[in-house]
Design a protein. Structure first.
Length: 370
């Protein structure tokens, strides 16, 4: 009888886009995999990966104690019914409430802290609450993976987790066979693309302001946004705000896409002025496709860019500095931008191959269940 692994995230979209390789590899290794997330349009795709999908309603961004207790009960009921041999948790609520339920039933837990989000950026009482919940939820985990040293240090120094149970991963890794190098477009104007959920914390406002600055300077470039609008998040950018930017003529909003590689291929440079990340997947994808990058010298983002080598780093929350770095990309020749992008591809091959992540997970799972 095969061992059973539950993997839980806050959206099925997240499972399909970021954990496909891990799910397929875990199934191929002989495990029964149960994928758990709230129902969305991507849930139907999960069974094609060889796993079984179980929907679990989740108020991802809410802080109502009653709804969170209900989520804990749902996880407990799921674990008691499925009787998994191991639980893999990602994103805040599956990491906290899924882990607590697993601990109550003596199910071994592997957590992945993939960026800390707006709660850790802003501080306040919610920061204190989330830290306290993490401290309890991670206290009995078998392994806690982090995607960058800064987040790991923050959790260890804050006594949220014991150093001995932590390890580092290169983000979620990148499938180097899916995201292949493609020649840069050789036309004007240059296209700069920001791919993210449309949140202020992703630096979308700074990107728009940088576009305004460069336009006033007479630089000819196209600025595009790709990603979900109206997301359930206190830092969400409204559709009204997006429409105002589009009408102003400062940016193009491309909506959402199930083929991000297609959009990256049309870009000359991918930009992410985020305030804080785990390891930003969109930058990994763009670098794997040999695109130069501009991102912030902030937690997680700086891991992907060697300044001046495969892109440029700017100061967080600084639209003027962002505009300066974008103008440096514009000033490069096509050959120089191409060389910069190819150095990014080499960095992905050496440091961020998805297989590194998969192998670490399978090794830890085998050690726990031995």
């Amino acid at each position: 009888m095969s061992r059973k692994v539950i993997i839980a995230l806050n959206t099925a979209w997240n499972l399909v886009n970021f954990r496909t390789g891990l799910i397929q590899a875990t199934v191929a290794a002989g495990y029964e995999v149960v994928a758990v997330a709230p129902q969305d349009d991507y849930a139907i795709r999960l069974t094609a990966l060889g796993c079984r999908y179980v929907p679990l309603p989740m108020d991802n961004k809410g802080t109502h104690p009653g709804r969170d207790l209900l989520l804990l009960w749902r996880f407990f009921r799921l674990m008691r019914c499925e009787k998994p041999d191991i639980y893999l948790g990602y994103t805040v609520k599956p990491n906290i409430y899924g882990s607590l339920a697993a601990h109550l039933l003596a199910v071994p837990v592997i957590n992945n802290i993939a960026g800390l989000g707006s709660v850790f950026i802003k501080g306040g009482w919610l920061n204190w609450l989330v830290r306290s919940l993490y401290r309890v939820a991670l206290s009995h985990s078998a392994k806690v993976f982090f995607q960058n040293r800064d987040d790991r240090t923050l959790f260890v120094s804050g006594n949220l987790v014991a150093d001995a149970m932590t390890d580092l991963l290169p983000g979620s890794g990148i499938d180097l066979t899916r995201f292949m190098p493609l020649p840069l477009p050789n036309k004007n104007p240059l296209r700069f693309l920001l791919i993210a959920r449309m949140l202020w914390d992703k630096g979308v406002g700074e990107f728009v302001e940088a576009a305004r600055i460069l336009r006033k300077q007479g630089l000819d470039a196209e600025f595009c946004l790709l990603g979900f609008l109206d997301v359930q998040n206190p830092a969400a950018i409204s559709r009204l705000q997006m429409n105002e930017w589009v009408e102003e003529g400062v940016i193009r909003y491309l909506g959402v896409s199930d083929n991000v590689a297609e959009e990256i291929a049309l870009a000359d440079c991918v930009v992410l002025p985020s305030y804080r990340e785990g390891i930003p997947r969109t930058l990994l994808e763009a670098a794997a496709m040999a695109r130069p990058l501009v991102t912030t010298d902030s937690v997680g983002c700086r891991n992907v860019v060697d300044d001046g080598i495969n892109g440029y780093l700017c100061q967080p929350r600084d639209a003027t500095d962002l505009a300066d770095k974008i103008s440096e990309i514009i000033a490069l020749s096509h050959a120089e931008r191409t060389a910069m992008g190819l150095r990014g591809r080499k960095k992905m091959e050496q440091e961020f191959d998805e297989q590194i992540v998969i192998n670490k997970y399978l090794r830890v799972i085998e050690e726990i269940l031995r």
